[in-house]
Design a protein around this ligand. Structure first.
Ligand code: ADP
Ligand code: MG
Length: 864
């Protein structure tokens, strides 16, 4: 369409839209933001609002939908949450003063990763740049200004993204990085031209932070690709946020190597910071922080347990100090409780998206930080001393804000009422005029009442009409000649006079000047804050760490946790450990021990369903993790030889129903573990091998166990229902059998949730059926069927074990062979059918027929 055929407005729209093809353009028209064409369809659908038409010439219409300007925020949130980018196109001049069409342009693009002022979205950005086999990765949270980058391999990159959960990931446009998409389906991927990542962009990054050399950020030569990624993230932020760009801290290296490896699977399965539906994440249970900074820091601690014994001990000392010194702890908590989320406030203030109340909140927080600083002398541990020394006292700024800002300013910036008396003589003078005006009005009203004799005469004001004199209907006959009628109401009329109008002009112009001047003074103060925002952010960071530390002390006091002994030993010993989350909801939670050393490091834990296996192995991992964050632990005693990584694998039993090749999925997951573990890792395997037929599943379980216990010698807890695995104890040094203790009294059983040495080879499934009240006769028959089924299984399993034993050295190729086994599908099908049979509604004959059919099918499929 050539510009000639378009109305001037549409021509302007097309010009703008052309630059923002990948965004929904919200085009400001008076009190509305309008979307046109394709954007209108998308907007109307995703916001569930009416699609309308706009007339753009004789008999010409285009699709349109609009959102009211005053409620735009919530609509924009919804669009962004759906993964849209939203370009805000504003009117850049006063419509009434514009010649021709009003000037408009995009003032900001809001994307899933840059909607920093939205508290609910928690939006943050990442970018990824290839570096040979590895990746440069960068992370920027515009809501707090936190900015860091690193270089890592694929497995660690997944773990990294899992920890920080950016809403949007920036990727060079000719790359796929499909593993990101696969692992993080809800993350928005933005493909950017190569030049966002190039040398030129790195130069822009340097000059943005006023440095000339790359090394000043602390990155090494090898970490160059981290700079490429950072350059892209900054460029993207600047281009989208324009003048709204908030405070951004200098990028710093994220050194993953001081933390243990915590794979994405472990983050999910241990339910550290988010949990499956119905469950509570660990973080929520132990969080006793009082500020936003503290909450984020504690989350970071939990997701980043330390490797180094000295570092852990330093932090532990701090936790212990506040654990013991309840006076100081309580004082700190009192003060923290008064401190707002300074990191977010700084971000808003720097971007200009703050309200006057944000400024007051900052003032209040700075004053409290000053109080905090005073506690420096009552602190002893090195960690806290160092922390307090980094807290800067901003009392000069707080004092200035105190003197300048009203204590309870309005929500809006441009309505006045922000600045105290005594700040600016001109402002004070204008305010006096305004105040005198109020007196004048009172006098004028009195005077007019006397002159007209109308006692009910009132002088009033509203925004539309300005000042007026109101006279009720019965008194209209007394109205003097020089009153001019302005408005008629149902039982009164409103008038003005020349005198009143002259007064109004004077007052209104004073009022306008007051508002403008107050705004100016406020913005100057804002400038001052923005100028030192990096210093304030640094102090806020320390406050956050202090808050996280006191939270760990507080929960330890509250729950009676103990300080674990941290060392470089291989062994781990936990006495009477409990699962900190489950124990909250299960009243008589049974504590359990864990003891691992060179002689006993691979524990196979058997027991029926619901016996407490998963709980036990997860609690052990959580306790080790907590210990290495410097926290106390939910146990009576603990000696923790630090681990270098925590890995978990959970059998994908539930994927079975989705008909995927679960065998394949498990193999991939497991091979990832095997590539990353060392002898110092801690591994949790929960029913691995369950997602497939017994034959395949046991093979996997067996081979993995053998590999880990013989070749790697990593400490492992393996919960399994494959009793056959218990045979490993005889074959491999370090493998030990444990089981969940069950109390049996004749045919009744009771779960005791106690982990005991040795194994128990009993299946209690039918026991459970009996407890459920199924007829005696059926139970008896079920035992018979069970016996037959088990016999069948045994045969298969024996074959498997022979198979595995013959190929002891070459584990992964073995997996490959099994994966291509054609009988696999049929076995899955059979297992599913067995799982689904309803024993209670079957006659014994039916059960026999069913069993016979299965036998034939197994025979048939193994003939391939
Ligand atoms: P499994 O993995 O053996 O099937 P779970 O670990 O999932 O068993 O535990 C099942 C349920 O048993 C838990 O939801 C919890 O209610 C209870 N439970 C587990 N461990 C304990 C314990 N140590 N003390 C008390 N109850 C427990
Ligand atoms: Mg389980």
């Amino acid at each position: 369409m050539s510009d000639k055929n378009l109305t001037p407005m549409l021509a302007q729209y097309h010009r703008i839209k052309n630059d923002y093809q990948d965004a929904l353009v919200l085009y400001r028209l008076g009190d509305f933001y309008e979307m046109f064409y394709e954007d209108a369809y998308k907007g109307a659908k995703d916001l569930n609002i009416a699609l309308t038409k706009k007339k753009v010439g004789k008999d010409k219409y285009i699709p349109m939908c609009g959102i009211p300007y005053h409620a735009a925020d919530s609509y924009i949130s919804r669009l962004v949450a759906k993964g849209h980018k939203v370009a805000i196109c504003e009117q850049l001049e006063d419509a009434s003063k514009a010649k021709g069409i009003v000037k408009r342009d995009v003032i900001r693009v809001i994307t899933p990763g840059t909607f920093f002022e939205n508290e609910k979205m928690k939006s943050a950005l990442s970018s990824v740049f290839p570096a040979g086999k590895d990746y440069g990765v960068s992370y920027l949270d515009l809501s707090t200004g936190e900015f860091f980058a690193s270089v890592m391999d694929e497995e660690n990159l997944i773990s990294f993204i899992g920890k920080f959960q950016p809403k949007e990931i920036l990727i060079p446009e000719n790359r796929k990085f499909s593993f990101i998409k696969e692992n993080f389906k809800n993350t928005f991927l933005t493909y950017l031209p190569e030049d966002y990542f190039d040398e030129e962009s790195i130069k822009e990054l340097l000059s943005f932070f006023n440095t000339v050399h790359e090394s000043s950020f602390g990155f090494t030569e090898k970490e160059k690709s981290a700079l490429h990624a950072s350059a892209a993230i900054l460029k993207y932020s600047r281009i989208t946020q324009k003048s709204f760009l908030p405070f951004i801290a200098t990028p710093r290296p994220y050194r993953g190597d001081i933390y243990i490896r915590l794979d994405y699977s472990a983050q999910k399965h241990l339910e550290l910071v988010s949990a499956n539906e119905g469950n509570i994440p660990l973080l929520r249970v132990i969080d006793r922080t009082l500020t936003g900074m503290g909450r984020r820091r504690l989350k970071f601690f939990i997701l980043h347990p330390l490797k180094d014994v000295q570092l852990i001990k330093k932090r532990q000392e701090a936790v212990e100090e506040l654990y013991q010194n309840s006076t100081v702890r309580e004082k700190i908590r009192e003060i923290l409780n008064e401190i707002f989320d300074v990191e977010r406030l700084i971000s808003k203030i720097s971007s200009g998206t703050m309200s006057p109340r944000d400024m007051v909140a900052l003032k209040h927080s700075l004053k409290e930080i000053q109080n905090l600083k005073k506690l420096e002398t009552s602190i002893n541990s090195d960690f806290l001393k160092d922390l307090f020394s980094k807290i800067e006292d901003f009392h000069w700024l707080a004092d200035k804000m105190e003197k300048t800002l009203e204590d309870n300013p309005p929500v809006h910036l441009k309505e006045g009422g922000l600045i105290k008396k005594g700040v600016d003589p001109i402002l004070d003078e204008l305010k006096e005029i305004k105040e005198k005006g109020n007196e004048w009005i009172k006098e004028y009203q009195e005077q007019q009442r006397e002159k007209t004799g109308i006692q009910s005469l009132k002088v009033g004001f509203n925004k539309v009409m300005g000042y007026y004199i109101e006279i009720t209907k019965p008194n209209l006959k007394f109205v003097p000649e020089h009153y001019r009628r302005r408005q008629t109401l149902s039982n009164a009329e409103r008038f003005t006079t020349e005198e009143l109008q002259r007064f109004e002009e004077k007052i209104l112009s004073a009022d306008e000047k007051i508002k403008a001047l107050e705004y100016e003074i406020f913005m100057k103060l804002r400038e001052e804050v923005a100028f030192i925002s990096d210093r304030i952010a640094k102090t806020a960071q320390q406050v956050g760490i202090l808050d996280a530390i006191q939270s760990l002390s507080t929960i330890a006091v509250e729950k009676g946790w103990v300080k674990p002994e941290i060392s470089d030993n291989y062994s781990i010993e936990i006495k009477e450990g409990v699962h900190p989350v489950i124990a909250e909801t299960v009243p008589d939670f049974v504590p359990n021990d864990l003891k691992m050393d060179e002689k006993s490091f691979f524990h196979i834990i058997t027991g029926p369903n619901m016996a407490g296996k998963s709980t036990y192995i997860r609690q052990s991992a959580i306790i080790i993790l907590l210990a290495q964050t410097g926290s106390f632990i939910p146990a009576k005693k603990g000696k923790i030889g630090v681990v270098d990584g925590i890995f978990t694998r959970i059998g994908s039993g539930d994927i079975l129903s989705k008909g995927l090749s679960t065998f394949m999925v498990e193999m991939l997951e497991v091979s990832n573990i095997l590539n990353n573990i060392t002898g110092r890792s801690f591994i949790v395997l929960d029913e691995v091998g369950r997602g497939t037929s017994t034959y395949d599943g046991l093979s996997i379980a067996w081979a993995i166990s053998e590999y880990i216990s013989k070749k790697i010698r990593a400490k492992t807890l393996f919960a399994t229902h494959y009793h056959e695995l218990t045979k490993l104890e005889e074959e491999i040094r370090g493998v030990k059998n444990f089981h969940m203790h069950i109390y049996e009294d004749g045919e009744n059983i009771k779960f005791l949730y106690k982990v005991m040495e040795g194994f128990s080879n009993k299946s209690y499934g039918v026991h459970v059926a009996k407890l459920a009240g199924i007829k005696e006769e059926i139970i008896k028959r079920a035992y018979e069927i069970l016996y037959h089924l088990e016999e069948e299984q045994e045969k298969k399993i024996d074959e498997t074990i022979i198979n595995i034993s013959q190929k002891k050295e070459d584990y992964l190729p073995l997996f490959k062979e099994l994966q291509e086994e054609p009988a696999e599908k049929e076995y899955i099908q059979i297992i599913r059918e067995i799982e689904n049979i309803d024993l209670a509604s079957m006659t014994p004959i039916e059960a026999m027929v069913f069993l016979n059919e299965i036998k034939n099918r197994i025979k048939k499929s193994s003939e391939y």
